[in-house]
Ligand binder design. Structure first.
Ligand code: ADP
Length: 207
């Protein structure tokens, strides 16, 4: 059972997934709330019966997974739909991610939460928070390249997220992801050693 949970967050395109993978290479466990959200809405996913009951069969694709386009259209047409969707998904994501953090065999777990700053409850569940940070211009360029979006589309997504300052203000540790992978690999190695030392302290203190 992992005794130390490190929340990992950052804006879109900051490099969260890249940094999370580097922690896993070092030997950390990884629980990713985005991956859990996708898993819950695949065919046979635990959220599907409740989503179908709430929104009707129109949001279920032929293979039984969530029809994301239909769900987006519904949320666009009905202002309450997004809140109802989150009301179903968020408690399930919270429950599964807690269970997986507790069950992880690694010495500590990286709990990747894209919207950690926006959601107060995750802050309480993490022993520490590491924020992946880079200038907004770099975020925009990366997401344009990765997702084929325009600069304005990326800016609109960023406008709906916490600001860089808000994220940095809750950070216990920061990974500056502006340069190449060699720099962040080295930073992750240093943080990994720090988290193992913190874990040892925590175990010594008996908590
Ligand atoms: P996030 O999970 O925060 O959205 P990703 O880790 O997916 O961000 O990174 C966004 C994109 O930028 C990906 O295509 C990734 O390969 C690339 N990327 C991330 N960090 C670097 C870096 N230091 N140098 C070059 N490319 C990077």
């Amino acid at each position: 059972m992992s005794r130390l949970v490190i929340g990992l967050t950052g804006g879109i395109g900051s490099g969260k997934s890249t940094v999370a993978d580097l922690f896993v290479e070092q030997g950390a466990g990884l629980v990713d709330t985005d991956a859990i959200a996708r898993e819950l809405t695949l065919a046979g996913g635990a959220a599907m019966p409740r989503l179908a009951a709430e929104f009707g069969p129109g949001i279920v694709a032929a293979d039984g997974a969530l029809d994301r386009t239909a769900m987006r259209q519904l949320a666009f047409a009905d202002a309450s739909a997004r809140g109802r969707l989150e009301g179903i998904l968020h408690p399930l994501i919270r429950q599964l991610s807690t269970e997986r953090c507790l069950a992880a065999p690694e010495p500590y777990v990286i709990l990747a939460v894209p919207l950690l700053v926006e959601s107060g409850t995750y802050r309480e569940r993490c022993d520490r928070v590491v924020v992946v940070d880079c200038p907004e211009s770099v975020q925009i360029a990366r997401v344009m390249a990765r997702n084929g979006l325009s600069a304005d589309e990326v800016k609109a997504i960023m406008a709906a997220q916490a600001t860089r300052q808000q994220r940095l203000s809750i950070a216990d540790d920061v990974v500056v992801n502006e340069a190449g992978l060699a720099e962040i690999s080295e930073r992750v190695r240093v943080l990994h050693a720090k988290y193992l030392a913190l874990l040892a302290e925590k175990l010594k203190a008996g908590c």
